[in-house]
Write a protein of this length. Structure first.
Length: 168
């Protein structure tokens, strides 16, 4: 009998993909999972801060202003998935020092700074993001940033669909 049990990276990436389904961003749905010792300590997705109107309601300021992807992050009313996952851990009093972060997209420069200051030791992401400052910041640190293999990402998506299909 063939095993359908995913390896740890695939498992956590799949959960990040599920977290992304909660996103209220009109441009890109992003999910993140923070783990320590193979245990999930928090999740996050991109969207407006708690208690504020979602972009689904207000529209996308970056889109209205024609801001290209990877630029002018401060022009977005939303918080990014990585920052939200780290903030959720902080809110619950959970340390992130030495943790791993799994994310559907490569962290931008703002999230890279938050990741570095939170003590995250390893970041695994699926899709690239065009932010050269983030790349330069990562080159100056010992934090491991690694792209999740696209073949495994496709397998993770198939695994999720198989699980969901078996629940019917």
């Amino acid at each position: 009998m063939e095993s359908t049990r995913p390896d740890w990276d695939t498992y956590f990436i799949a959960i990040a993909m599920m977290a992304a389904t909660r996103s209220t961003c009109l441009r890109r749905q992003v999910g993140a999972v923070v783990t320590r010792g193979r245990q999930i300590v928090s999740t996050g997705y991109n969207g407006a801060p708690s208690g504020t109107a979602h972009c689904l309601e207000t529209g996308c300021l970056r889109e209205i202003l024609g801001v290209p992807s990877g630029e002018r992050h401060e022009m977005c009313r939303g918080s990014h998935a990585e920052a939200n996952a780290i903030a959720q851990a902080a809110r619950m009093g959970i340390a992130t020092d030495g943790a791993a972060l799994y994310c559907t997209h490569e962290p931008c420069s703002l999230c890279t700074k938050v990741i570095l200051n939170a003590g995250i030791a390893r970041v695994v992401y699926m899709y690239p993001y065009p932010d050269q400052l983030a790349v330069r910041l990562r080159e100056e640190t010992r934090v491991v940033f690694e792209a999740f293999p696209q073949a495994k990402a496709a397998a993770a998506q198939e695994w999720i669909l198989k699980i969901i299909g078996s629940m019917k």
